[in-house]
Design a protein around this ligand. Sequence first.
Ligand SMILES: N[C@@H](CCC(=O)N[C@@H](CS)C(=O)NCC(=O)O)C(=O)O
Length: 72
Amino acid sequence: MRTTLIIGNKNLSSWSMRPWVLMRHFDIPFEETLIRLDEPETRATIKQYSPSGLVPCLLDEGVTVWDSLAIA
Ligand SMILES: N[C@@H](CCC(=O)N[C@@H](CS)C(=O)NCC(=O)O)C(=O)O
């Protein structure tokens, strides 16, 4: 099963960048889905993945984790 990290633009969302850096550093295999922030459809798009309506959000083995510290 795939592990997917849902993130916003890293230049706008350091919250998104933190788990991304951590997973890359530890060579954890994952796919990245980037949602462009500050667009009219941003909130609705995030809500498709993240119950909190925020990024980052990790989808792993049927589990959804929607906070950067919890992901770490
Ligand atoms: N405490 C959360 C904060 C996440 C957060 O505030 N994410 C912002 C981007 S930095 C967000 O998703 N904003 C929604 C939006 O821009 O519509 C975490 O650590 O993951």
